[in-house]
Design a protein around this ligand. Sequence first.
Ligand SMILES: C[S@@+](CC[C@H](N)C(=O)[O-])C[C@H]1O[C@@H](n2cnc3c(N)ncnc32)[C@H](O)[C@@H]1O
Length: 309
Amino acid sequence: MASASTHNGVPLLFRYPGAKGRAIMAYGAAYKAQAAGVNHLIIPFAGSLAEPLWLLAEGALQDDVTLDVNDANPHVANLWRAVTTDGALLAELTRDLVCEWNEMPIDRDTRVAAFKALRGQVNQTTFSAAPTAGLYGSTLQAARFLLFQATGYNGLFRVNSAGKINTPYGTEKDKTPRQLNVEAHVQSIQAAVRLLDRCSVRVTCKDWRDTLVFDPGRAAEDTLVIADPPYHGTFSTYTADGFADTDHIELVQTLADAPCRAIVTNSPSARSLFDDRWDVSDHEVRRSIAPTAKGRGDAGEILAVKRVG
Ligand SMILES: C[S@@+](CC[C@H](N)C(=O)[O-])C[C@H]1O[C@@H](n2cnc3c(N)ncnc32)[C@H](O)[C@@H]1O
């Protein structure tokens, strides 16, 4: 069972489908070129937040940048809310939960039962609306989400049509369940807190359409949107609503027309959605998480950069 760690300088707080931590080097030059000079960065599909954390670790973002972090998955939004407003408590609670997990008897039946109890707790998370925007749970719930992602099957996050997480236990096939690395978990949280502290972060839990709000006082080249939506044509069950072909089409057209710079990453099957307002390039990237072993390893992706001017 892998633990939280660092990939290419990006603190990886949790394993997650589509996380870009391992793929970031393929896209890094484009991210840096587009981020140069921007003072507003919008991440509508945050997930593990690999792209802005990498830019921050590289010193490629201005110190005064406003960073909008959004995800429609309330567990993810609540996690980033906890990291940015309650980081010390999140680290402490995560340490306690991971230690408790490691102290449990190593037999499979005990671990499976504990995992199912944890999944029940995560599924019972109640999210309340914050005064500004979005839905938030507690910091304890954020720590439980981190433990859940570390112990579930291959970091998969998947919900059923009722919005309930149904990810199975991660080591069901292993004879001896492995222990989690407590310090790696705590240190990745602390590293993310330090990086995000350099900018002014706003966390929301909305549909991506509601995140594309542009300050009329800013020039288009001062705002960058980095969009990494659910993969076109494959896995999209992060939320009960899924992500349809029509959503992909609307995303690309909306960003092409919006007063901002924009980068979109996706599966090669999405290539035809981009017209001549975009430069599209092909990449082979490492995907560490996929619902099946066949889907892991290197995979083709496209990177689309909106042409400026
Ligand atoms: C491919 S993942 C992003 C991965 C991220 N780049 C990373 O490095 O971890 C896509 C994310 O979009 C979120 N999402 C799905 N539908 C959404 C919607 N309609 N609006 C906003 N976020 C959505 C999912 O919950 C998921 O976290």
